[in-house]
Structure formats: C-alpha cells, structure tokens
Design a protein around this ligand. Structure first.
Ligand code: BGP
Length: 476
C-alpha cells in the first residue's frame, strides 16, 4: 500500500464560488459579490477597475454560488457516499465580520460553519479550512484600501482568534491564505487591491503580500496558543517552470519564474525573506514596511505543512528567445506553449509528470509534509441522451495525476498528508466566473447566466473516485 492508512482523500471548494446566500444570515458584502462574469471580469480581478459598482443589481455568480449555504447536508451526504476523508471549504469573512472591522462577530455566521463542521464530523470527514480564499469584506477595501493597509493584519487576527476559539475541537487543519502568490496576478481577488492611476502597482502588491505573510505568521502563533494540535499550512498556486530550451538564458528565466512563486513559501516556511528577493526588491526601489517584531514573528511562526494547487506546469524563455513562441493560459498566469503537452479547452496545459516534479521540488526545498489541496480538469460537461455525464476526460486527467502522486510518494519518498481535487461538486469558476467550466464529480444544474434548478446529479467520475478512495489509491 503506497498511501498511509489515514491519507486524507477528498475535494476542495471556496465560499465565494460555492456557498451563495450572499445576503442571508447577517452576511456583509464581499469583493467577489460584485465581480461579473464575461469580459469585464479580468480587469476587475486584476485590480484595474477604479470604480466598483457595489449596488448594481446585475447577476453576479458569487451571490448564489451553487447554494451550499442551503444544501450543505445534501452535499455532505454525497461526498460521504464517495468516502471522502476530508473536505476543504473556506470561511466567508463577511459571515463572521460583515464589515471586517466590527468588535463583535456575527453569531449566525459562526453557527453556520459550526453546523457544517458538525455535519462533516458526523460522517467522519475531517474539515480542511481555508481562512480566506479570494474574498474579503468590501468595507475593508473602501475604507482601508484592502491589504495594502497594515490595519488589515489586526482585522485578520481578530477573525482568526474568533475562528480558532470557536472551532477549537472541530477543526485541525487550517490554511491561512489561498494561493498567496496569486496576489501578483489577481490582486483584487487576492488582496482587495484597486489601483489608482500612476501608482507603483508592483510595490503595492509586495507590501500587501508582506501584510498577508505577517498576518499568516501571527495566525500561526495565535493558533498554537489556542490549540497546540492545530496544523497550519500556507498555500501556493504551484506548477514548476521549465526552461524552453537548454540555452542558459532560458534556464535562468525558468529559475526566476520558480523563485517568484517560492518567495512566498520561503517566507512562510523558512521564516525569512530570501536573499534573491531582498536583492530584487532593492533593485526595484521597493521598500517593504517591516515593523518592529515582524522579522521575529515570521521566523518563530513558520507553517506546519505546505499546501498547494497544481493544474499545470509552466514554460519560461528569455525575452531574446521569445520570437515565434505561442502563448497559452495556465491558472490565470500566461505561459508559453509547451509542444509536448496537450491543453484543456481553456489552454491549461496538462502535465501529470510535472506534478511529480513539482512535488519533489517543494519537498526538497522545505522538508515539510505536503498537502495537495487542488488539482483537476476544468471541462464542459454535456449530458448524453439519457441525461448522464460520461466524463472520461476527467477520469483520465485525475488518474494520470494520482499515478504521478503515487510515484512521488512511493519512488521519491515525498511526505504527503492528503489530496483534494478541486470542486468536488460543480461550482463557479474563479477565472471566468462561469459555471460551464466544471470540475466536479457531482453535476449542478446551473448555467452561466444563473438559470437552472441547482439540482445535483452524479457523473461517471463519482463512482470512479469512490473506488479510488475505497482502495486507498491502489485501484485507479
Ligand atoms: C485556483 C483557485 C480556485 C479555483 C481553481 C480553478 O486558482 O484557488 O478558486 O477556481 O484555481 O480555477 P478556475 O475556476 O478559474 O478554473
């Protein structure tokens, strides 16, 4: 048997793409509630939209998500039927502190997650909880400018203190920030950043990242005070960058691309800014506003495990060598086309061996247990004449990736806590805001405009994954 007996198989979701109920239970308005799908989406999530239309009554996908808020019992029964050992959800900050800066939390919001955790526990499913996954109160953006403001650290500390105290005995595994490196690519989603004309955007992103990393270390400290058994993880949008050719210039470019991602984990896991980053920031004239005690806080409160998403590898080339090289998309970070790889309909290149390489790179670098908390194929699912979804393409993708994960554990000795596929139940896509890019084992009847019954039905992959879990990954 390759995987340990208690290996955490499961699936992952995020409040803003899944939960809905945006104006219920005392919840406040979140940044993602006002992000449309379609062509206006990208400039907004990238922080380039100056005026945010918070009152617009237009359809916004996050407002309903796929209604986990009302259907959590049904969904948990479905994942329990698949044999899930863990389920990753995120907390909507606005359910706990609707504006983010109140003194008292909203009891209804706290009760909701307590109900969810108890329902999971009833089925012996370990909750895996992301504290913030691309969402935050709009008030913190309007009043404070999002994570560019140091005050956010204090609001976040208040949030985690409430969560850790309330769910002390219900949750063990926490993730402080989803895909923290996405702050550089989707700064509005990742940090509530909206840029003004003429601002040094790169500097603001690094400052916001510093605040998040300080908040993350502080959360780790608070966590251990409240329950020393808590396991705190950082979370990276991972995916190794290959050099496009053996030209050392391309190799160097790939190294830089990898360092740009590892920077965040280097701080969160090794506890200090790496020299390559300090030198780069110095060259750019970017000053990180270190406050007294930040260095010690980062050093003394590193994470217990490294979690990450993996969808694709990347390809890097030196600008001099770029001619004639096609571009493609990879997890909202554009990358070069790799001629050896197939790509999904959205241009995300499919590279199972890259998954093994990524795991090795990360394990070698940090020597801490890894937790794969997102992996999967976004695809259009079309029901056949009997209304069934025969998603062999999804099974093929997951099978190949799980096989490489097995190789990493069995042949390379990588330590791995668990594996959660993205979007176990279909949910709204983060990059497109649409339903048609689906990841789940369970189909949800809803279209890109928000029409549909929201009824759940099993896809072919449902039984396949059930069997993978039952055999603890032996039978793919
Ligand atoms: C990650 C995010 C998720 C998720 C996933 C798939 O970046 O953490 O929130 O949505 O990617 O991306 P998409 O939904 O854009 O296909």
């Amino acid at each position: 048997m390759v995987f340990p007996k208690d290996f955490l198989w499961g699936g992952a979701t995020a409040a803003n793409q899944y939960e809905g109920g945006y104006n219920e239970g005392g919840r406040g308005l979140a940044n993602v509630d006002v992000v449309p799908h379609g062509e206006d989406r990208y400039p907004i999530i990238a922080g380039q939209m100056k005026h945010l239309d918070f009152d617009n009554e237009h359809y916004y996908p996050a407002k309903t998500g796929v209604d986990f808020y009302h259907r959590y019992k049904e969904d948990i029964a479905l994942i329990a039927e698949m044999g899930f050992k863990t389920f990753r959800i995120s907390i909507a900050w606005t359910r706990i502190f609707p504006n983010g800066d109140e003194n008292e939390p909203n009891e209804e919001g706290l009760q909701f997650y307590e109900n969810v955790f108890k329902e999971l526990r009833k089925h012996d499913i370990e909750p895996l909880v992301t504290i913030t996954h691309f969402d935050m109160p709009v008030h913190l953006i309007e009043e404070y400018g999002g994570w560019r403001n140091r005050k956010l650290v204090g609001f976040y500390e208040k949030l985690v203190r409430v969560l850790f105290t309330r769910y002390k005995d219900l949750v063990t595994y926490w993730i402080t920030f989803n895909e923290i490196n996405m702050i550089m690519h989707l700064p509005f989603m990742g940090a509530g950043l909206v840029f003004e004309e003429g601002e040094n955007q790169e500097e603001i992103k690094y400052i916001a990242a510093h605040h998040e990393m300080v908040a993350s270390a502080s959360a780790t400290k608070i966590a251990k005070e409240i329950n020393p058994d808590f396991q705190i993880g950082c979370m990276l949008a991972a995916g190794v960058a290959y050099p496009n050719t053996p030209d050392p210039k391309d190799v160097r470019e790939a190294q830089i691309a990898n360092q740009n991602s590892y920077f965040f984990v280097d701080v969160q896991s090794r506890g200090e800014y790496p020299n390559y980053a300090l030198k780069y920031l110095e060259r750019q004239g970017i000053e990180i506003p270190f406050e007294e005690g930040d260095k010690e806080l980062l050093k003394e409160n590193t994470v217990d495990y490294i979690s990450f998403s993996y969808y694709s590898s990347k390809l890097a080339a030196h600008p001099d060598n770029l001619e004639s090289q096609g571009k493609t998309e990879g997890n909202v970070m554009g990358t070069l086309k790799n001629p050896y790889l197939e790509a999904s309909e959205w241009g995300w290149q499919i590279d199972p061996l890259g998954f093994r390489i990524t795991m090795n790179e990360m394990y070698d670098r940090y020597q801490k247990p890894l937790f794969v908390v997102e992996n999967g194929l976004g695809a259009v699912d079309t029901p056949n004449e009997n209304g069934n979804i025969i998603d062999d393409y999804r099974i093929d993708y997951l099978q190949a990736h799980i096989q490489e994960m097995k190789n990493a554990v069995e042949l390379d000795g990588v330590e791995l806590i668990g594996y959660t596929t993205w979007g176990a139940i279909d949910l709204v896509s983060a990059s497109t805001g649409e339903m048609s890019k689906r990841y789940g084992f369970v189909y949800v009847d809803r279209d890109d405009e928000g029409n549909g019954t929201l009824d759940r039905s099993k896809k072919k992959s449902f039984d396949w994954y059930k069997n993978v879990i039952e055999s603890n990954g032996e039978d793919l």
